[in-house]
Design a binder for this molecule. Structure first.
Ligand code: SAM
Ligand code: DTB
Ligand code: SF4
Length: 332
């Protein structure tokens, strides 16, 4: 039977209607759907590691790692596998079940560095963690190679609407992003795709980005919602701070549109109180990035997050839960 909560045919007007619902009503509606489809006590804890930092040739206006902006980020070559696995072990010991490796690349090239990344993916997978990468654009063959190495998810954000995209990035197109996402999907890797609020976009831009995500053939399995971390030296350095109510509205709308997706409260948490983060969890966020650094910018510490989890009665989600549920279903 078709499930009327999980739809791929949302119209812009319908999404606008959800997004513009009076805030407390919107949070209540999102919380109700969240409760119906997910264990609301459970929050996925992902740890990020920048395995290749800075010196990127792209011109993403928000990014501290773009070589053309003077942001003070030190360029670092690809890390060694041993070092990466040590970080992954630390993250696992601290309760993280997903480990995401990021590289400041425009795209993956078929070279030694990619071979090394494939080895890192194998290593982290063997440690029993869900492995995620965010390495820029991928071909279908590269996505398949990553899948064979044990990649669980690939993060590649749309960042904003197609219309606003050209104001933020000129060195690649929205279609390029969509093509990579297609390649990831075809390789059977879980899709992690979201965006940033605070880029100077309108409410309509946010609605259009959500429309692109929700009308994909399959909803992304995870949707990170970042609030801009303004970086000195980038063109967006003096953008206004994102209003917490905008963050909550965005999360609640994403939860209503994609009831089963992991909605990740991503960049921007260092500026939020526990009460503000609690509202985001109430509105349907069920994943965070943990560890005191995102890629290059600060993030709350494992200890701070543990305290928050205790206070709010939240617990870290186990690794490979979806796969286990699927295998269980198949066996019965
Ligand atoms: N180079 C790859 C790419 O662009 O896909 C992977 C790394 S890139 C840093 C990953 C994502 O981080 C970007 O798509 C963007 O959504 C997010 N991001 C980067 N800088 C940010 C900032 N200052 N504030 C919030 N999110 C940011
Ligand atoms: C995502 O959506 N947010 C993360 C992850 N995917 C790779 C990155 C946030 C980066 C914030 C800026 C920095 O730390 O460099
Ligand atoms: Fe490079 Fe990714 Fe930063 Fe864009 S977001 S400048 S592609 S590292």
């Amino acid at each position: 039977m078709a499930n009327s909560d999980i739809r791929n045919n949302w119209t812009i007007a319908e999404i606008k209607g959800v997004y513009n619902t009076p805030l407390l009503e919107l949070i209540f509606n999102a919380a109700t759907l969240h409760r119906k489809y997910n264990d609301t006590a459970e929050v996925q804890v992902c740890t990020l590691l920048s395995i290749k930092t800075g010196g990127c040739g792209e011109d993403c206006a928000y990014c501290p790692q773009a070589a053309r902006y003077d942001t003070g980020v030190e360029v670092q070559a690809l890390m060694k596998k041993k070092e990466v696995l040590e970080y992954a072990q630390k993250a696992k010991d601290a309760g993280s079940t997903r480990f995401c490796m990021g590289a400041a690349w425009r795209e993956v090239r078929d070279n030694k560095d990619f071979d090394n990344v494939l080895e890192m993916v194998k290593g982290v997978n063997q440690m029993g963690m869900e492995v995620c990468c965010t390495l820029g654009m991928l071909t279908e063959t590269q996505a398949q190679k990553l899948a064979e190495a044990g990649l669980y998810a690939y993060n590649h954000n749309l960042d904003t609407s197609k219309e606003h995209y050209t104001e933020i990035i000129s060195t690649r197109t929205y279609e390029d992003r969509l093509e990579t996402l297609d390649n990831v999907r075809k390789a059977g890797v879980s899709v992690c795709c979201g965006g940033i609020i605070g880029l100077g976009e309108t409410h309509d831009d946010r609605i259009k980005m959500l429309h692109t995500l929700v009308t994909m053939e399959e909803h992304p399995e995870s949707v990170p919602i970042n609030s801009l971390v303004p970086i000195a030296g980038t063109p967006l350095a003096s953008n206004e701070k994102v209003d917490i109510w905008d963050m909550v509205r965005m999360i609640a709308t994403a939860r209503i549109l994609m009831p089963k997706t992991m909605v990740r409260l991503s960049a921007g948490r260092t500026d939020m109180s526990i009460a503000e983060q609690a509202l985001c969890f109430m509105a349907g966020a069920n994943s965070i990035f943990a560890g005191d650094k995102l890629l290059t910018t600060p993030n709350p510490s494992f200890d701070d997050d543990n305290l928050m989890f205790k206070l709010l009665g939240l617990e870290p989600r186990k690794a490979f839960k979806e796969e286990k549920a699927y295998l269980h279903e198949m066996a019965n």
